[in-house]
Design a protein around this ligand. Structure first.
Ligand code: NAD
Length: 499
């Protein structure tokens, strides 16, 4: 069986800890490889190599670094099909969805080609008599990224692109559930001209994450994953004096106003609720129609659309709408939550519990589920299910619907469907959520804007990609300079303006 190692100093190396995790093909349920789980000693060794390589990379001029990004983008396009195939085989998502995963990472790499512009400092001529003042952005040194299973190409690229473009060395600790694509990305970076040692990929679990959190050389950490782990990493990383940004889980609400185009809203809910088997942090998991008439009319449109969904393996090509969930444990958790919804009295309008696919009986497939009459105290409302389960929570008025979304502890994404500009504007201004769609179900910002949630969906004060990424992966230094000929007076003991 294939064993997946680490990428250290420009080559794949076998793990030495003696610990491994199984990597499944979620469509068949078979173990297709095992991945090495790094020890603290392996992480520390990789970090020392990264620190040594960073010195030269950090001193390389930004346009040369940008050229590496440019070549990487070309290679990524060249290998798109191969990467998508491997991604789907470990994650389970369809090939078009896997290509979308790669594409949204690629767009951030394209944005990083503009690093020389983003890294330009500021200069004030004659800030005082004979005094000039300027600021520069310098890399942190060694930065690390810890990423989730659900976007094994996009999120590693969101982290490594800006970190490397800013002149840092970067250690990626991807999800142990789908580790192959991140290693392929490292190989492509080497082909693109990235010097060995500047990018390391360390596979592992909590042991390697804790080693990252405690390693004194690592100056910054970007995390994406579930909220409990985000909170843990933020707390421990910050108390160790690191710059940390952590993006957590979500429970995204879509409010459907009585004046909305209900066919559009139903199409949007099906795509955003069931795409990628609901394993997206921007998936819509709660539909909030305003008024019973809107709810009933929406239900009428949703049911036939959901019943038509085709669930199957990525190998079935475009005949499939979504694939299996990532592991047997994920499937068991989703089914447990569905049962809790039934037990709590929600109406299970579409029941996918008995879904089975001939020839793939051991795959981790979950049929689509639709609940009506869900209430805020139910576990299916409170917990992130991360599966193909859509809950309808009915509300009588717009204010009630808005309050529901605002009271939810998560604040990643949200959407409103309406034809009324005043309502849409009011919603966008008042809602305490980071990314908002107006008649757009999954409002993932493009690379040159920033991505991040509010409340328990994000910890730290800078977002991912866009200008914030260049701020996160650099430190600012401000210099006040005066040359000897500009010094006109003797010693002064006063703290005073320069003029
Ligand atoms: P996860 O939290 O289980 O794992 C994320 C990373 O943390 C992995 O690399 C994993 O190895 C590591 N990890 C897991 N348990 C750990 C522990 N006890 N100590 C230290 N490290 C640990 O998340 P996941 O299941 O891989 O991904 C799904 C979650 O990610 C969902 O909650 C989803 O909403 C969230 N997500 C959020 C965003 C966002 O931008 N907000 C984007 C994608 C996914």
């Amino acid at each position: 069986m294939k064993t997946i190692g680490h990428w250290i100093n420009g080559k794949e190396v076998a793990g030495t800890s003696g610990r491994f995790a199984d990597v499944f093909n979620p469509a068949t349920g078979e173990v297709q490889a095992r991945v090495a789980l790094a020890s603290k000693a392996e992480l520390d060794m990789a970090t020392d190599h990264a620190a040594a390589a960073q010195v030269k990379w950090g001193a390389t001029n930004p346009q040369r670094r940008a050229r590496v990004m440019m070549e990487f983008v070309r290679l990524l396009n060249r290998d798109m099909d191969k990467l998508a195939e491997v991604l789907s085989s470990e994650h389970g998502k369809t090939i078009p969805d896997a290509k979308g995963d790669i594409q949204r990472g690629l767009e951030v790499m394209e944005y990083c080609i503009g690093a020389p512009q983003m890294l330009k400092g500021e200069f004030t001529d004659s800030a005082g008599p004979g005094i000039d003042m300027y600021s520069m952005r310098q890399p942190l040194g060694v930065a690390a990224g810890i990423t989730p299973f659900n976007f094994p190409a996009m999120i590693p690229m969101w982290k490594m692109g800006p970190a490397l473009a800013c002149g840092n060395a970067f250690i990626l600790k991807p999800s142990e559930r789908d580790p192959s694509v991140p290693l392929m990305l490292a190989e492509l970076f080497q082909e693109a001209g990235l010097p060995d040692g500047v990018l390391q990929v360390i596979n592992g679990d909590k042991e390697s994450v804790d080693a990252i959190l405690d390693n004194p050389v690592i100056a910054g950490i970007g995390f994406v994953g579930s909220t409990p782990i985000a909170e843990y990493i933020y707390g421990r990383g910050c108390s160790n004096g690191k710059r940390v940004q952590c993006f957590g889980g979500a429970k995204n609400h879509m409010i459907i106003m009585p004046d909305a185009d209900l066919d559009q809203a139903a199409d949007a809910l099906v795509g955003a609720g069931y795409g990628a088997a609901g394993e997206r942090c921007m998936a819509i998991s709660v539909a909030v129609p305003v008024g019973d008439a809107t709810a009933d009319a929406l239900m009428e449109r949703l049911i036939p659309r959901i019943e038509k969904l085709k669930v199957g393996p990525y190998t079935a090509g475009t005949d499939v709408d979504y694939g299996p969930v990532v592991t047997a444990a994920a499937k068991a958790n989703i089914l447990r939550l569905v049962q809790s919804g039934v037990d709590a009295g929600a109406k299970l309008v579409i029941d996918g519990r008995d879904f089975s696919l001939q020839g793939y009986e051991d795959g981790f497939f979950v049929g689509p589920h639709l609940f009506d009459h869900v209430t805020p105290e139910m576990e299916i409302y409170r917990k992130e299910i991360f599966g193909p389960v859509l809950s309808m929570v009915r509300r009588a008025t717009y204010e009630d619907a808005l309050k529901l979304a605002m009271d939810n502890e998560y604040g990643n994404g949200t959407a409103i469907y309406t034809r009324d500009g005043d309502t849409a504007r009011d919603f966008a201004h008042r809602i305490n959520v980071g990314m908002i769609g107006i008649n757009v179900p999954i409002p993932v910002p493009l690379a040159y804007h920033t991505f991040g949630g509010w409340k328990k969906s994000a910890f730290g004060d800078l977002n991912q990609h866009g200008p914030d990424a260049f701020r996160f992966y650099t430190r600012t230094k401000t210099i006040t300079a005066r040359w000897p000929s500009g010094i006109k007076e003797g010693a002064s003991l006063n703290f005073r303006p320069m003029d």
